[in-house]
Design a protein around this ligand. Structure first.
Ligand code: PFF
Ligand code: NA
Length: 461
């Protein structure tokens, strides 16, 4: 059964919507995940595939998701069903929105743990932990390695930091869309851009760009596996915050008259720029210090502090850097929490405060799976296909749930929704409309299906 309540919350301007959606998009995906998966997948070719995924699949699917939310003005599960039914489709489409709420909640359960690492690193920075105490460079590397391992295997510290993160997000969301979410991004996003600019200038002044640019921008396709292609595709969804209910919710709060196409392009361009800048800040340092680009999830938290510890003013800039990472993560955390909150609020009729508490506590409990995966608890290891809970949740969401939901979003808006509705909502020129619809009807579903079926082994190319 669906209720007929609609959402009356609105962002106070188109600009505030862009800030909030860019806040949701720009996060650990750009600063932490993109550099390390690029490193693990050989660099240039991965980046190229990723950019195509953003342009041809990510942006059209974002437009489709936002349109669903804006058209229906309800929370995700109701929204996908409402839009389908308006065009004579089935109410089974509510599953699409519901899967987003589930995927978003699962993502948030490990996201707050990594956001907690970043917060802890602010304090490491302030206390001078990035500086070498021993004489040799090797000893310094070992010290920073031990700092990271010490943190991620310390159950208490992990729990404290991730709890602080989710509690802070709950305090913001309880205040509502305008006084909470919108106000937070209004302060945090400009600060984020200031910090990013400072770090960029600093990296340009101290780093060595040559090898990094070569690594990131000269594609060598022999280094890219099919699994790497799926990782690039999944990451395009993750980084743009697609398939997680969020863009539907944020679209539902869009003021009338906002252009879906224009704002989606702004958001995607900002997100992509931050990801590329993060790579250009991290890899020069990695190569200059003879470190491995394929170091994995520790890349940001080990390689950079080693470099900061050896660079002039490294403590100051290292601390600023992790403040930036924490802010970027936090604006994504509040977005991720908003999707289940809006859902519980509307679907189960819980007050906003109750919905926030229920969603926050559930996600906090789920985050323990990641905490114990990291700290090495035996029951949290080897849950499925040799992966611990953390890795399994990451793969399940980014490589399976997000691309599949993206496929169905493209099908819903490309094939089910009536043409007069998509024309009206998108408000594009004839050529642009045709191009977007081609991506939604044919390119995205076919590309996602092929990459997906190949990755799970149903077809081999
Ligand atoms: N887009 C965020 C990032 O790149 O860090 C992560 C994210 C936020 C994923 C919101 C999904 C989501 F719904
Ligand atoms: Na992102």
């Amino acid at each position: 059964m669906t209720t007929s309540t609609t959402i009356d919350n609105r962002w106070s301007s188109e600009f505030k919507y862009v800030l909030a959606a860019a806040g949701a998009a720009v996060g650990l995906g750009n600063l932490w995940k993109f550099p390390y998966i690029m490193g693990e997948n050989g660099g240039g070719a991965f980046v190229l595939v990723y950019l195509f995924c953003i342009l041809l699949i990510g942006i059209p699917v974002m437009m489709a998701e936002v349109m669903i939310g804006k058209r229906a003005r309800t929370s995700p599960a109701n929204a996908s069903a409402t839009v389908a039914k308006e065009s004579g489709g089935s109410s089974i489409w509510s599953l699409l929105g519901a899967s987003g709420v589930i995927a978003g909640s699962l993502i948030l359960s490990f996201y707050i743990v990594i956001a907690g690492w970043a917060a802890a690193y602010i304090f490491f920075g302030i206390s001078g932990d990035f500086l070498a105490t021993a004489g040799s460079e090797i000893a310094h590397k070992d010290e920073i390695g031990a700092l990271f391992t010490g943190l991620i295997t310390d159950t208490t510290q992990l729990i404290i930091w991730s709890s602080i993160t989710i509690i802070a997000a709950m305090l913001v969301l309880i205040r509502g869309v305008n006084a909470g979410l919108e106000k937070a991004v209004t302060y945090l996003m400009p600060l984020l851009f200031v910090l990013l600019t400072i770090i960029m200038v600093y990296a340009a002044a101290t780093g060595n760009f040559g090898e990094a640019a070569q690594f990131m921008f000269s594609p060598d396709f022999s280094k890219l596996s099919f699994d790497g292609v799926l990782t690039a595709l999944g990451h395009a969804f993750f980084t743009l915050s697609l398939s997680s209910g969020i863009m539907m919710v944020y679209g539902a709060y869009m003021p009338e008259g906002t252009s879906i196409a224009k704002t989606s392009i702004y958001i995607a361009v900002m997100d992509t720029a931050v990801a590329l800048i993060a790579g250009m800040a991290i890899f020069p340092i990695v190569f200059a210090n003879g470190m491995e680009p394929s170091a994995g999830p520790g890349l940001l938290f080990v390689s950079l502090p080693i470099a900061f510890g050896q660079m002039p003013l490294g403590t100051l800039f290292g601390t600023l850097f992790f403040i930036m990472v924490t802010f970027a993560a936090f604006t994504s955390v509040i977005a991720l929490l908003e999707s289940p909150v809006a859902y519980l609020n509307e679907r189960l009729g819980l007050s906003r405060a109750k919905a926030t508490i229920v969603a926050g506590c559930t996600i906090w409990a789920l985050s323990l799976l990641t905490v114990f995966s990291l700290s090495g608890a035996p029951w949290a290891q080897d849950v499925v296909m040799g992966l611990n809970f953390f890795d399994a949740l990451d793969k399940l969401t980014a490589n399976i749930m997000l691309p599949l939901a993206g496929l169905f979003t493209a099908v819903l808006v490309g094939w089910v929704v009536k043409e007069n509705i998509t024309r009206e909502e998108f408000g594009l020129s004839e050529f642009a409309y045709k191009a977007v619809m081609f991506c939604l009807r044919y390119l995205s579903p076919v590309a996602i299906a092929i990459v997906f079926l190949q990755a799970v082994g149903f077809i081999s190319l």
